[in-house]
Design a binder for this molecule. Structure first.
Ligand SMILES: [Zn+2]
Length: 281
């Protein structure tokens, strides 16, 4: 995530359309920006909840209020998750404690699911609720279990952490940048009017945004290869050279991103490494 995410504030409850309301996860921070967006989807008194935030106690109270004020409702149809990172699934427990044993649907992945029993969904799954359909798109890269959801009623995409409303996505060490870029490219084949991201505001120029994300990754590719060709061998030195516009406290996240690029290059046969020393081949 870049510094453009920092200082960005969003309302706790935001009505975005007839069928979509955002409830903010109450978990702001360097990795989450203003916090995780969770979405009430559907026009009935019993909408579904897409993502659950981190599990902070005040979130459930705001969710309850949002449900009442925007739907006149008391309960949820079910929970759907974009992926298993804690700032998306961490709230499952407290939401279920408040609203009962709701079904939780996601693409299963032992590594992140832990003890959580999930109802399996995947590429091609359709989840319906009054006034809305969510179509699963498997979009690995940020995490292997990552699903986006296309909603034809608004030509909209719930993009999870694949595309964010501000800043750029971090590729964690168990992610895969090659997959990530392929997932981004795939979005360009969709007919899209808007993107509801898991962090930051709604994106109303989806194509431009996706193309900017692809261009950003391409630029980083070039900068890192250039650094290696100039004899820079270590990740911290590459970060210092490339991320000149990013404050130092975000350099750990930047290092993770550089590593994701290096590992992609390694798979592509472009670089090799001896311990922490990376070089072109
Ligand atoms: Zn994530």
């Amino acid at each position: 995530m870049t510094d453009s995410m920092i200082g960005l504030t969003m309302p706790d409850i935001g009505v975005l359309s007839d069928r979509v309301t955002v409830i903010l996860g109450q978990n702001p921070g360097p990795a989450t920006g203003p916090g995780t967006n969770t979405y009430l989807v559907g026009t009935s008194r019993q909408p579904l909840l897409l993502d659950t935030g981190q599990g902070l106690p005040q979130y459930v109270l705001i969710l309850e209020r949002g449900l009442r004020e925007t739907r006149g409702g008391e309960t949820l149809q079910e929970i759907v998750l974009t992926h298993g990172h804690m700032d998306h699934q961490g709230g499952v427990k407290s939401v279920r404690e408040r609203f009962g044993p709701l079904r939780v649907s996601k693409k299963p992945w032992d590594q992140l699911d832990g003890a959580l029993e999930v109802s399996a969904i995947d590429e091609g799954s359709e989840i319906t609720t009054d006034g809305a359909t969510l179509q699963g798109l498997w979009t690995p890269g940020h995490s292997w279990d990552h699903l986006c959801f296309y909603m034809p009623e608004e030509k909209a995409l719930f993009s999870g952490d694949l595309v964010l409303g501000a800043g750029t996505t971090v590729i964690p060490t168990d992610g895969d940048l090659g997959d990530y870029v392929r997932s981004l490219r795939r979005l360009l084949t969709l007919e899209l009017d808007l993107i509801y991201p898991a962090h930051g505001p709604v994106i109303r120029n989806p194509r431009e945004k996706i193309e900017a994300y692809l261009a950003h990754r391409q630029l980083r590719d070039e900068q890192i290869l250039e650094g290696l060709r100039d004899g820079v061998r270590r990740i911290p030195a590459l970060v210092k050279r490339i991320y000149t516009d990013v404050p130092e406290f975000l350099h750990d996240a930047a290092a993770m991103s550089v590593l994701a690029h290096l590992r992609k290059f390694e798979r592509e046969g472009l670089v090799e490494h001896d311990g922490d020393d990376w070089s072109p081949r």
